[in-house]
Write a protein that binds this ligand. Structure first.
Ligand code: SF4
Length: 373
């Protein structure tokens, strides 16, 4: 069954590494919600399903919206779509917004999973990243969320930051796993062109991002998750047993999903579609019945490459039998030939299943690229 993603495109200010679409124009929030209502109505015409097993409010910073605004969105969703009884309902949140009353209101709304953007438990690193919260605020927000009844709390951390010493990262991981969390998304710092980080590096205002820090931190992380009883189920995602992200697994399993809001992406199984990454144009085009999206039909080659790329990122890996029956013997034979060029330290094969090792997961994207058609 499919998942539903809503992109809430508001942030107070931009973090240095971020290339997600967001703007600091909260005064447009009500107009955005009215446009979302129009998009929901249109989605009923083209997306192949109306019942969802997961709902994910991401962004941007969804928790910049007031509870009344979130209630309005939920009401609109309920009047257009239906959801399974055991729905996973996630909201992305920044620590500074998670007051006791806000958390209680989120619970009433049906949110049962929080994804908190912590990024670091070190104030110097947080300030370098231009985050608006402190480590103490993050710690308190997580404890407060657990007290409010949330038993599925994910946090995001960033590693591979040249400014951070190895000991600091080790300490931060200890802090993280001492908290009532069930899931961790840990991303290596990457430099995207349209980010403040890119500009700062060009002006030599920061130490260059290098692989040494990322490799060192990744190795530390692998040890820490074992101690904490977590397992790595995707390149950047770790969980306690039973707490994998059901919504993100939809993306990795190539299951259809509907994305609403500016810059949101959708996938039907054979077609990808993405909305304009421009809030004002998204709103006005919906109001005036003009196009607010683009799409592409996926060729068999695209579908095969996506299967390889997404599958190799997960603990399940890719399945040779599935490749033979879904893409044909030609692809099957070609893959077996290509695998001869990949070192066996990076993958293991058990019957028909091919999975990357921990060392291979770190190179998942380049290994996948070597296996593309
Ligand atoms: S990282 Fe999150 S809070 Fe920071 S700018 Fe990006 S979306 Fe906004």
């Amino acid at each position: 069954m499919s998942g539903l993603y809503l992109h809430i495109p508001f942030c107070q200010r931009k973090c240095i590494y971020c290339n997600f679409y967001s703007v600091a124009k909260l005064e447009l929030a009500d107009a955005f919600i009215s446009a979302l209502a129009l998009e929901m109505k249109e989605a009923l015409q083209w997306f192949p399903c109306t019942k969802f097993k997961s709902l994910y409010l991401g962004g941007g910073t969804p928790t910049l919206l007031s509870i009344m605004q979130l209630e309005k969105i939920k009401m609109l969703l309920d009047s257009h779509f239906s959801f399974t009884e055991n729905i996973e309902f996630t909201i992305e949140a920044n620590p500074e917004q998670l007051t006791r009353s806000y958390l209680q209101a989120l619970q009433k709304l049906g949110v049962n999973r929080l994804s908190i953007g912590v990024q670091s438990f070190n104030n110097k690193i947080l300030s370098t990243l231009r985050r608006l919260h402190t480590a103490e605020q993050a710690d308190k927000a997580i404890r407060r969320a657990a007290e409010a009844g949330f038993n599925n709390i994910s946090i995001d951390l960033i590693y591979g930051i040249a400014e951070r010493e190895a000991d600091t990262w080790r300490q931060e991981l200890q802090n993280a796993f001492a908290l009532p969390i069930t899931h961790l998304s840990a991303y290596s710092l990457t430099v995207e062109e349209n980010t403040i980080l890119y500009q700062q590096l060009r002006k030599n205002k920061l130490r260059p991002v290098d692989d040494t820090a990322a490799l060192r931190d990744y190795a530390e992380l692998q040890q820490a998750i074992v101690k904490a009883g977590f397992r790595q189920y995707e390149v950047s995602n770790y969980c306690k047993e039973g707490y994998h992200s059901r919504h993100n697994s939809i993306y990795w399993n190539s299951t259809p999903y509907l994305g609403l809001g500016p810059a949101a992406h959708s996938f039907t199984g054979t077609m990808r579609r993405w909305n304009l990454a421009h809030l004002e144009r998204y709103i006005s085009n919906l109001q005036t019945h003009n196009n607010y999206w683009e799409s592409e039909q996926l060729s068999p080659e695209n579908c095969y490459n996506e299967y390889i790329m997404l599958g190799l990122r997960t603990e399940k890996g890719i399945n040779l039998h599935y490749i033979k029956s879904n893409f044909g013997a030609k692809y099957y034979k070609m893959l077996q030939q290509q695998l001869l060029d990949i070192s066996s330290t990076f993958y293991q094969q058990q019957d028909n299943q091919i999975k990357l090792t921990a060392a291979g997961l770190l190179l998942a994207d380049s290994i996948a690229a070597a296996l593309f058609v």
